[in-house]
Design a protein around this ligand. Sequence first.
Ligand SMILES: CC(C)(COP(=O)(O)OP(=O)(O)OC[C@H]1O[C@@H](n2cnc3c(N)ncnc32)[C@H](O)[C@@H]1OP(=O)(O)O)[C@@H](O)C(=O)NCCC(=O)NCCS
Ligand SMILES: [Zn+2]
Length: 259
Amino acid sequence: MTLSSAPLDSTVWWAHTSSASERLLRLLDRSERERQERFRLQADRDRHLLGRALSRLVLADRTGCAPERVAFELRCRSCEDKARTGAQAPPGVREEPHGKPVPTGAALGWEVSVSHSGEWVVLALARETPVGVDVERVSEARDLAGLAGYALADSEQEAWKAMPEADRTAAFFGYWARKEALLKATGLGLSGGLRRVAVSAPDARARLLSWEGGGGPGAAWLSDLDGGPEYRAALAVLTDREVRLTVHPADRTADLLRG
Ligand SMILES: CC(C)(COP(=O)(O)OP(=O)(O)OC[C@H]1O[C@@H](n2cnc3c(N)ncnc32)[C@H](O)[C@@H]1OP(=O)(O)O)[C@@H](O)C(=O)NCCC(=O)NCCS
Ligand SMILES: [Zn+2]
């Protein structure tokens, strides 16, 4: 086996919102604490706190440094692409730092992605290779067909509409999680356009099929993650190599968070 065909390691941590605790606040930097205070709902505060604290603890563990020495730069590829083509932000739009947290400082070279929904926070990590993770709670939408029109590519819509009605809600979130994981891996986020990204149907092995209009990754490994029956979740790793995935369940993550 040549070095480049060796499997690439990626790790996923599931954290349950019940493991959020005030003690973790000390792990946040100033801007994260300010953001934390702006959330009005306790559930939003818990999810944000867990995502940021867990990222630091896991990277500190990997690099052997203190969690305070792990820093992140927020990078939004959609805005970077716009800036490169000379497009201006509309007047009055305040450019707050936003985007994908990219480890700097002691954890430079690692790539992470965080997602939260309902009772779950998920963190994914790989070395020198972009990752994107997304978890979505399956919830009844008032206008599911409208949402599907916004989010699904034409080929996906066709397959989705052919499904039994009872399966469509969960299938929609299955599509969404796979597509958003890919968009988050590239750093584009939803501004990259969900409809441009076509993936395999939820009952087939997860795969990126096409990326309309350019700007997509050269190669992508995609897999569903198991967040239980009420959730759909997926992980994208931008590599042409096989991925060796390790998944840490919530009880293992709770131990790490307790320290
Ligand atoms: C950011 C975004 C990907 C989050 O999706 P979501 O389903 O609401 O939330 P998730 O829980 O899955 O992900 C949230 C995490 O994604 C990460 N994230 C933010 N922007 C990201 C990007 N461009 N690429 C990858 N990850 C991103 C952050 O870590 C965030 O966690 P935090 O809120 O605790 O900091 C999505 O809302 C988005 O792209 N929004 C941008 C729309 C916008 O404001 N456009 C104008 C400026 S580009
Ligand atoms: Zn942006």
